[in-house]
Design a protein around this ligand. Structure first.
Ligand code: SF4
Ligand code: SF4
Length: 266
């Protein structure tokens, strides 16, 4: 159906169908942003806007899956590393299938893969990706940006991984959250092993991305990439309430960090 001929109730039904399809695929969070929001908020250079790259794009559907807190809390470990890889595979597959679903309904659609920086060795030299799913998540109403530069959601705090489907299917966008979810407790900065964060009076910490990426390179060589401690310690999120202050014992952390990961190269 032509976009300009799509009545509001049809748009609304289409949005519900997309949400149902995403939920069937195992997606935990789905949000909708119109591409105008990249221009309206102007957080990113124009070359990073979806409509600059694909001029026909009208909406970005942002999909999120949760990071299981008990696995993340063992980081850096082979346990979290495998979880990270699993969420990445799942996100790309779900985004592929959702884009396919939209194609079959006659819309243009494809996805921006979840990382888009090639390899950690590239990130060490140039610490940015081709697309910010974090910013897309904010524009799609899924959360707000925390002091630690991640997307903080009410459901999972920053423990969510994201991917974005780009489409010309125009549905009603979700409202951008106006109330800040970050409680500015400073735990992320305090617990960062690389001291990558520093207050500079801005809405987020100044971040030494090269330090963070350099540490990740080391962890990758030790088969226990990535770090993510600044997301593990964040007190925000319903998942945190479920597990309390800590979900894993100190002995358990040591076990997961030493088995099949760090010791493999010592
Ligand atoms: S740990 Fe605290 S300061 Fe850091 S992002 Fe979470 S709520 Fe914000
Ligand atoms: S991922 Fe690790 S090294 Fe990087 S900022 Fe977060 S806590 Fe620090």
């Amino acid at each position: 159906m032509r976009q300009d001929a799509m009545p509001p109730e049809v748009r609304s039904r289409l949005k519900q169908k997309i949400k149902r399809e995403a939920a069937k695929l195992g997606i935990n969070l789905t949000g909708f942003a119109n591409v105008e929001r990249w221009k309206e908020y102007h957080d990113l250079p124009e070359e990073f806007w979806p409509q600059t790259i694909w001029p026909w794009s009208r909406m970005v559907v942002v999909l999120g899956v949760q990071i299981y807190l008990p696995m993340l809390e063992t980081t850096p470990s082979v346990v979290y590393s495998e979880l990270y890889n699993t969420t990445n595979r799942m996100l790309d597959e779900c985004a592929y299938q959702l884009a396919n679903f939209l194609n079959q309904k006659g819309f243009r659609a494809h996805f921006f893969p979840r990382d888009c920086y090639g390899d950690i060795s590239v990130l060490v030299k140039k610490p940015e990706a081709a697309f910010s799913h974090v910013m897309a998540g904010r524009y799609a109403g899924l959360g707000t940006i925390g002091m630690n530069h991640t997307l903080l959601t009410r459901q999972y705090g920053p423990r969510v991984r994201l991917v974005s489907v780009i489409t010309d299917a125009e549905v009603h966008p979700d409202p951008v959250l106006t109330e800040d979810i970050c409680i500015r407790c400073g735990q992320c900065a305090k617990r960062c092993p690389m001291r990558a964060f520093a207050p500079d009076g801005g809405p987020v910490y100044a971040m030494d991305k090269h330090r963070c990426a350099g540490y990740h390179q080391r962890l990758k060589n030790e088969f226990r990439y990535p770090c993510g401690l600044c997301t593990a310690v964040c007190p925000v999120g319903e998942d945190r309430k479920r597990y309390g202050a800590s979900s894993v014992t100190e002995a358990g952390i040591a076990h997961c960090q030493n088995f099949g990961s760090r010791n493999a190269v010592e």
